[in-house]
Design a protein around this ligand. Structure first.
Ligand code: NAD
Ligand code: GLY
Length: 344
């Protein structure tokens, strides 16, 4: 097992390893005070891991209630959020009690936002079960729900008290969803770490999960500690996301987030003339991720501009200079179309 400690507005450990789920109860007990725990999970993940989690928590002496919602992004909305808050109230959770989020990024975001709001804030623990959640969404305290006007438009910064990532849970992930998470893993290599990137090139999809997740989490930890509230360095994590969001929204979200980000990273690499573009395209293809789209620059632009990463007339694009070295480039909206065009 590897441990990464985050020291931001709250200090907490991220535990990463195989076979960790049965230890959840004892790890949560170390956080102190809680008596009741609400496990928040969804209809695909709970049948797979709900029993192990509940048993572990109960063996450690907690009283456990479960809130299980229908799997999928469509559930990350205001009405499920309110249902969850009502459930917490009816179940009698107090300010010293805890939420455990068991699932992917949808579960972590929804449960984390409920934890931020219920009784003006209770503690929560992330138990990520997708690769994306393991390397990204469970770490750093961004929580949110979607509004009809767009994704993640209501939320809060709220750090978890513990993250427990049992890498065995990734064994049941459909291959396509695992690949989506790989886009985020590759992103960390392009942003910060040529050694990680080379390991991924060498091993492909059979990379060392515990070591790679740990490295990604260390990299994210460093960014979160430097810029917890996303006003500077943390924006780099949006590599490929602004243009990727355009492609994703244009597809009416039928193209997955990971594949959209892969296309976004390919477009910005080509457009800025990064000398490592051939390696970036090759690794995305090696992981079965797309690097091109049939969408036009106009189409991508119109959807990309609805993204919340825009600030006035400037969009902060993240551009790779080389593998392991990226820059934040404020780009006037008027120049975006020709930039995208150059990268198609
Ligand atoms: P998800 O939670 O919907 O999981 C993807 C799919 O995998 C779902 O169908 C789920 O049921 C299934 N699944 C999850 N774990 C499984 C397992 N172990 N075995 C089998 N099936 C499993 O989505 P995601 O890709 O994990 O996360 C995407 C969400 O994360 C989006 O809502 C996005 O906005 C959010 N996100 C948040 C942050 C953040 O910093 N908070 C960062 C990135 C993404
Ligand atoms: N996933 C981007 C962030 O945490 O800032």
């Amino acid at each position: 097992m590897n441990t990464v400690t985050v020291s931001a507005s709250k200090t907490y450990d991220i535990l990463i390893g195989s076979g960790l789920l049965p230890a959840l109860g004892e790890q949560v007990k170390k956080l102190g005070k809680a008596q009741k725990i609400c496990v928040v999970s969804e209809s695909t993940v709970f049948p797979l891991y709900g029993k192990a989690v509940t048993e572990s928590l109960e063996s450690a002496g907690f009283s456990v209630v479960n809130f299980v919602f229908p799997a999928g992004e469509e559930s990350k909305n205001g009405s499920v959020f309110l249902e969850l808050l009502n459930f917490l109230a009816q179940s009698g959770l107090t300010r010293s009690d805890l939420i455990v989020a068991l699932g992917g990024g949808v579960t972590g975001d929804l449960a984390g936002f409920a934890a931020a709001c219920f009784l003006r804030g209770i503690r929560f623990v992330q138990v990520p079960t997708t690769l994306l959640a393991a390397v990204d969404s469970s770490v750093g305290g961004k929580t949110a729900i979607d509004l009809p006007a767009g994704k993640n438009l209501a939320g809060a910064f709220c750090q978890p008290s513990l993250v427990l990532c049992d890498t065995d849970t990734l064994n049941t992930l459909p291959a396509d969803i695992f690949r989506d998470g790989c886009a985020e893993v590759i992103k960390y290599g392009i942003l910060y770490d040529p050694v990680l990137f080379a390991h991924l090139e060498e091993k492909g999809l059979s990379f060392d999960r515990e070591a790679v997740i740990t490295r990604c989490v260390e990299l994210k930890r460093d960014v979160v500690v430097e810029d917890e509230f996303d006003t500077g360095a943390r924006m780099k994590l949006n590599l490929g996301h602004t243009i990727g969001h355009g492609v994703e929204a244009k597809s009416n979200f039928t193209l997955s987030h990971g594949k959209s980000v892969a296309i976004g990273m390919a477009i910005v690499s080509r457009a800025c003339g990064c000398p490592d573009t051939p390696r970036i395209l090759a690794i995305l293809q090696q992981f079965g991720l797309p690097t091109t789209t049939d969408d036009t620059a106009d189409e991508i632009l119109s959807y990309a501009l609805s993204d919340k990463k825009r600030s006035g007339d400037l969009v902060k694009l993240i551009l790779p200079n080389a593998i392991g070295d990226c820059a934040i480039m404020p780009t006037p909206v008027g120049k975006l179309k020709s930039f995208i065009q150059a990268g198609l």
